[in-house]
Ligand binder design. Structure first.
Ligand code: SF4
Length: 282
């Protein structure tokens, strides 16, 4: 049996940056409580790793005391969250991914200069929630629903998207927008590492007969890898796991070539354990 690990693998630059910021917060304030509001990045291994270092995830500000340290996560935070943090005199660290931050700036710049903005995303994803609330007037295009084009009066609105969407789906969404608004200015914001990971599961070696996507169930970019692998290779078995113990060894025993793909927040050691377990299967 052959086992290949698809590239890129391990943390993307945004995830590595977010972890570094959180660790820095604890290093700077070793005697204070350091909290993250929600998951720092969408992977429970990373949450556990930070927890072990005394950096706790909380779901709301209620658990955070006055003067504690807060780390805002990689997807960004809202104006309201910053105001609450400031009113509680929290020490603020911002772990937003630079790519996500750059998109927020583009939205504000476009609306401030008088243009309308169409933002394509997933309704419940935090990155999307922050983007459509960053300034008044952003028109949300839910990737799963029809868009109401009567909202757009601008002949050349700016169009951008959540960084972790499916690169195959977005092509059709852009076509839909251009068929209604030919002057729309499209900026494809699927992040480069997400795109490369998606291409890797799309263009597999001919002999690959199984794909394992390693990523958390709450990770949007990992779920897209699973979807793309399944849709582009309907005759291949595709699995998604977040832990080595979830790998279905029985189902893989007779495979010729297994490709391991991974999300942008999946730790490299989790991928390596799965790889080691598989190469010793025979
Ligand atoms: S996948 Fe891209 S956009 Fe998301 S955190 Fe990583 S670098 Fe940033």
């Amino acid at each position: 049996m052959k086992v290949s690990i698809l590239e890129p693998k391990g943390y993307c630059a945004g995830v590595a940056h977010a972890i570094k910021v959180a660790l820095q917060a604890k290093e700077d304030y070793p005697n204070k409580n350091v909290y993250i509001l929600g998951m720092l990045v969408h992977n429970h291994h990373v949450v556990n790793l930070l927890n072990d270092k005394g950096i706790k995830m909380v779901k709301s500000f209620d658990s955070i005391g006055d003067g504690d340290v807060i780390v805002f996560n990689a997807d960004g935070h809202s104006k309201e969250q910053r105001e609450i943090a400031e009113s509680k005199h929290l020490i603020i660290y911002d772990a937003i991914c630079p790519k996500v931050a750059s998109n927020l700036k583009k939205i504000v710049d476009e609306i401030t200069s008088g243009h309308q903005v169409i933002y394509i995303g997933q309704e419940h994803h935090q990155e999307t929630q922050i983007a459509i609330g960053v300034i008044e007037g952003v028109c949300f295009y839910d990737e799963k629903k029809k868009f109401d084009y009567s909202l757009i009066k601008d002949p050349s609105p700016f169009v951008l998207n959540q960084t972790t969407l499916n690169s195959l789906d977005i092509v059709n969404l852009h076509k839909d927008i251009l068929s209604h608004i030919p002057g729309a200015r499209i900026s494809n914001e699927i992040c480069p590492t997400t795109r490369k990971r998606q291409e890797a599961v799309q263009y597999l070696d001919d002999d690959v007969d199984a794909v394992i996507v390693v990523g958390d169930q709450v990770s949007s970019n990992s779920k897209r890898l699973f979807e793309i692998a399944k849709s582009t290779h309907p005759n291949i078995d595709v699995f998604m796991v977040s832990d080595p113990e979830e790998v279905d060894v029985e189902a893989l025993k007779n495979k010729k070539h297994i490709a391991i793909s991974s999300g942008a927040s999946t730790p490299r050691d989790v991928i390596d354990i799965i790889y080691q377990n598989l190469i010793t299967l025979e």
